[in-house]
Design a protein around this ligand. Structure first.
Ligand SMILES: [Mg+2]
Length: 286
């Protein structure tokens, strides 16, 4: 008999953590926790946060303990057993190839003469994540192309991830190994753990989730995502030929609405009919 199982991969901020401007339906959070505790459901957090910030969020927001965590925007993967976090060293070895064995400190030495770049705090760096602040007043395009040129000269294959911390009005530049993204991290886990395509589901809300949302991996975009992200996710999924693997949660389809964890549950029901009965039972139980 084929055991039903699911690798449920969730972004954290504004996906399972209700820290956006919308309100989470009070019943959604507990129902999500109950769903994650079902036998056969393995929970993975896929996030830009580093390990300590993930653990803090689990405590502060009373989130379910994950089985795995893809953290630091994909540069670290942990297996969590009985509260113990164990880094998957094989992942470090795989992504190390892109940086030709260099660490973030070594790459920083080649970039530190670019005066527009200000190194972020030590807690935001790791072996394969080099992060800078870059003023919004700076010519970002020019700085990014200088960074890319220097890394190219070293033969380093890197992804330059530019984003804006809106509340703080800060420009953020993450330099990562080219294959160390949320998408690659999830694909690695799926392969290592032997999950089939139909046994994996992702939920996210924002720009750095787009590569997964537009991939062949079945994905849910929670309803609190911005209209811009919704449009872009649809455009990219269509462009990649994966429209049918993307589901946009909405406020009308469920009594719980579609924000945050309610959106995740909606997506599970949409993609995996085998779980609909259990979702119904959780509804009756709460
Ligand atoms: Mg998010």
């Amino acid at each position: 008999m084929n055991e039903k199982r699911l690798l449920l991969c969730c972004d954290m901020d504004r996906t399972v953590i209700p820290n956006g401007r919308q309100i989470e339906h009070p019943a959604a959070h507990q129902r999500f926790k109950n769903f994650c505790s079902l036998p056969g459901v393995a929970l993975v957090y896929v996030t830009g946060r580093h390990q300590n910030l993930v653990r803090q969020a689990i405590q502060s927001y009373d989130l379910p303990e994950p089985d795995y965590a893809v953290t630091d925007v994909g540069t670290k993967i942990y297996h969590i057993v009985a509260g113990q976090w164990r880094a998957l060293n094989l992942w470090d070895q795989i992504i190390a190839v892109d940086w030709r064995g260099s660490s973030h400190e070594q790459l920083h030495r080649h970039l530190c003469s670019l005066t527009e770049l200000k190194l972020q705090e030590e807690s935001k760096q790791n072996t394969f994540k080099l992060s800078y602040y870059l003023s919004l007043q700076a010519d970002q395009e020019q700085v990014l192309s200088q960074v890319a040129e220097r890394l190219d000269r070293l033969g380093v294959a890197a992804s330059l991830i530019w984003s804006i911390d809106e509340p703080e009005q800060l420009g953020l530049l993450d330099i990562l190994p080219r294959n160390a993204t949320k998408l690659h991290g999830m694909q690695f886990l799926q392969q290592q753990l032997g999950y089939r395509h139909e046994e994996v589901l992702f939920a996210g809300d924002s720009g750095n989730d787009l590569p997964v949302l537009a991939s062949a991996i079945r994905s849910v975009l929670v309803a609190n995502a911005s209209d811009e992200v919704k449009r872009e996710a649809c455009r990219l999924a269509k462009q990649n030929g994966h429209e049918s693997a993307l589901y946009l949660a909405d406020e009308q389809s469920s009594p719980l609405g579609g924000h945050y964890t309610a959106g995740v549950l909606q997506g599970i029901g949409y993609f995996i009919p085998e779980y609909r009965d259990q979702l119904k039972q959780l509804e009756c139980a709460s």
